[in-house]
Design a protein around this ligand. Structure first.
Ligand code: MN
Ligand code: MN
Length: 305
């Protein structure tokens, strides 16, 4: 069940995410640094009255997801890149998650189109009672029709307050082992990825995104410095993802990196490695967040601006 206040906050988060996705599509140009693009987007989120639900992901070429610029990032957008921008906004913990693909070379247009058509067809059929695997089937068929593969081991997800991935999985293919279906009073992110590769991502060795995991018993055994940093980030983020560059104004990067390593080893933090297509195929992504109200009414939160 969702109360009125929750629904209004979801709608606000969705509208902000929608406006900024469209602004980002116009704003991003060849020659820009990824860190400037991320800062621009995250600045806009707060200007419009939201908070980033996760660090802006700017994933290029065969990187599918989980890349956010590092504190000293030097990467630049080049004219032969296919750029996925994945934006998360929350209002009081109510999250909207949306993504778009920007291309600077005509040879990538159909790949981006495939993912775009897939998300549009998918959100059209989302409804209470519809099986997740049915949506996956439409995503798969749409992308295959273009001659590309979906990414099979990436998926959409249910969303909950302060929880980006709250348990349900919406596959990007007809997964016969997935018996889930859309329920009233719930929020779902649908996110097809299309690729020229085989359609599987793997972890790279690079990590740019983390989240915290509350465990006072374990935390209390650590030094005061570590406890203070944990509490600073946790009070702001709870279990939502964050980037180290958000905290380099209050902590030296070296110290920050050292502490996060301790937290990871103690199970007090989780890392999200950058995900790369296994065969280094190019990757496109689109994403929308959909709310199904208590009476079954459907609101495409991130297509409402
Ligand atoms: Mn996303
Ligand atoms: Mn998502």
């Amino acid at each position: 069940m969702l109360d009125d206040e929750a629904i209004q906050k979801y709608i606000k988060a969705g509208r902000i995410a929608c406006i900024i996705r469209k602004e980002a599509e116009r704003y991003i140009k060849v020659g820009m640094s990824l860190i400037d693009v991320a800062k621009y987007i995250e600045q806009k989120i707060s200007e419009y009255g939201g908070i980033p639900a996760f660090p802006t992901n700017i994933s290029i070429n065969s990187i599918a997801a989980h890349y956010t610029p590092e504190p000293d990032d030097k990467s630049i957008i080049t004219d032969n890149s296919i750029v996925k921008v994945d934006i998360g906004v929350h209002v009081d913990g109510y999250i909207a998650d949306t993504a778009s693909t920007i291309v600077f070379d005509d040879k990538y247009i159909t790949l981006a189109e495939a993912a775009k058509e897939a998300v549009e067809k998918a959100i059209k059929i989302v409804d209470k009672g519809i099986k997740f695997s049915e949506v996956g089937n439409i995503i798969n068929n749409t992308i295959k029709n273009y001659g590309y593969n979906p990414i099979y081991n990436l998926s959409g997800h249910s969303v909950d307050r302060y929880v980006l991935h709250s348990g349900e999985v919406i596959p990007n293919f007809r997964d016969r082992m997935n018996f889930g279906s859309f329920k009233v009073g719930n929020v779902y992110a649908i996110e097809p990825f299309a690729t020229t590769g085989v359609g599987y991502v793997e972890n790279s060795s690079k990590i740019t995104i983390y989240s915290l995991k509350l465990n006072p018993k374990k935390l209390n055994k650590l030094s005061n410095d570590i406890q203070t940093l944990f509490n600073t980030i946790y009070s702001e983020r709870r279990a939502l993802p964050f980037a180290l560059r958000w905290y380099t104004n209050i902590y030296e990067l070296e110290l920050l990196t050292k502490i996060i390593k301790v937290l990871l080893s103690q199970g007090l933090a989780i890392s999200y490695p950058v995900l790369v297509e296994r065969t280094r195929g190019l990757v496109a992504q689109y994403e929308h967040t959909v709310l199904i109200g208590n009476n079954g009414e459907k609101i495409i939160l991130t297509d409402n601006c």
